[in-house]
Design a protein around this ligand. Structure first.
Ligand SMILES: Nc1nc2c(ncn2[C@@H]2O[C@H](COP(=O)(O)OP(=O)(O)OP(=O)(O)O)[C@@H](O)[C@H]2O)c(=O)[nH]1
Ligand SMILES: [Mg+2]
Length: 368
């Protein structure tokens, strides 16, 4: 689905879903846009699916598709090998660079941990950097239960991407799993992918209505150029008084927001929303974030909305937040009794954790 760029001034935003999970999220996004009948006024939106696996491409709702590494993988996936994903995408370099070129905002979405997403995304990020294209990268980290190999592939890939774009949005399947409880297996990905779709769409709406929201690509650039990781979060509620509870209880919310440097916050709702509600929301969010954080706030009017939705894009997470996330993985393993086995291996987490750090639980410092 491409909206014609009849106005020269329309911004070109391209959203690329890379690998199986990336394409699933892109499908959720396209479905959500169809359901909303989403037709931006000032943006020409293009969706593009990229995968080595031809079956996954067949199921993609995007009109534009690129089969990666046709010669190398013959239409099969990369077999969980990021080196194959990386070699495969090299076959399509010219085509992909042409797609990137002339794009005002490129959004890359991929799930890390296996071959295509983990191998191809760092390369595409490298080309986007070389083409000087403003790029928002959204990655999904695997569940802890998928094991060390998959988690290490994801970690390595994320580190490679961060060589080109320091501010990558990271969504953790594992963190969401902890908060959504025991839902049916087939619904888990749908739920997570839908959440990403809503967050990204709100962000596009904010940009599309820059004349009303006051937030344009220059503001977005400030946020996504901030050094350090980022998150995208939203909460939805009918009762305006409980909206912040919904936001803070969202599976995407992370208490580490206190470590982020830059925020774009949007309140999305109908014309009945009052100044008091909005200022209350801002105050409550401000209490959760660092005093020195830069906060941009905007209101997005949508007359069709019955609920109120508050979302934000936060970037520039200080390294303390990343240590907290890694500590979380270690603690979970500790509870599972896996840690001793783990610590005997030369593991990058081991190197990063400082045993003199008094904020670490004693038992963990003793083990280190
Ligand atoms: N949130 C979410 N995570 C997914 C989805 N599909 C897969 N994942 C996660 O992403 C990781 C990578 O899986 P895929 O994206 O299917 O792998 P790929 O990039 O296609 O790689 P190959 O199949 O090996 O070529 C998995 O280990 C899962 O944790 C999805 O639809 N949504
Ligand atoms: Mg695949």
């Amino acid at each position: 689905m491409i909206y014609p760029c009849e106005k020269i001034s329309k911004l070109k935003i391209k959203i690329l879903g890379i690998g199986g999970g990336g394409i699933n999220i892109l499908n959720s996004l396209i479905n959500y846009h169809l359901q909303l009948n989403f037709q931006p006024n000032n943006i020409c939106l293009e969706y593009l699916a990229l995968n080595t696996d031809i079956k996954s491409l067949e199921y993609s709702l995007a009109k534009n598709k690129i089969q990666l590494g046709k010669n190398l993988t013959q239409g099969f996936g990369s077999g969980g090998k990021p080196e194959i994903g990386e070699q495969a995408v090299l076959e399509n370099e010219k085509e992909i660079r042409e797609k990137i070129n002339g794009t005002d905002l490129l959004i890359l979405i991929s799930c890390l941990g296996k071959g295509t997403g983990s191998g191809a995304t760092p390369k595409i990020a490298e080309w986007a950097k070389e083409e000087n294209t403003l790029t928002l990268i959204i990655t999904v980290k695997p569940f802890n239960y998928e094991g060390n190999v998959i988690n290490m592939i994801a970690k390595n890939s994320l580190e490679k991407i961060e060589n080109f774009f320091s501010s990558v949005i990271v969504i953790s399947n594992n963190q969401i799993k902890k908060k959504i409880g025991n839902v049916k297996m087939e619904e888990v990905f749908q739920m997570i992918n839908y959440m990403v779709a809503v967050g990204v769409t709100d962000l596009i709406k904010v940009i599309d209505n820059s004349h009303l929201t006051g937030i344009d690509l220059a503001n977005i650039k400030n946020i996504i150029s901030e050094k350090g990781r980022g998150i995208i979060v939203y909460g939805e509620e009918e009762n305006q008084e409980r909206i912040c509870e919904a936001l803070f209880n969202s599976p995407l919310f992370d208490n580490n927001v206190k470590y982020a440097k830059n925020f774009l916050i949007w309140v999305c709702g109908n014309e009945l929303i009052t100044l008091e509600v909005v200022s209350d929301i801002c105050e409550k969010i401000s209490k959760k974030v660092n005093n020195n954080a830069k906060i941009q706030f905007t209101f997005l009017k949508d007359k069709n909305m019955k609920k109120i939705r508050v979302g934000f894009l936060a970037s520039g997470f200080f390294k303390e937040a990343i240590e907290e996330w890694e500590k979380d993985v270690i603690l979970e393993k500790l509870q599972e009794g896996e840690i001793e086995k783990e610590l005997k291996l030369p593991h990058p987490i081991e190197k990063k954790i400082n045993k003199n750090n008094l904020t670490l639980p004693t038992i963990l410092r003793m083990l280190l």
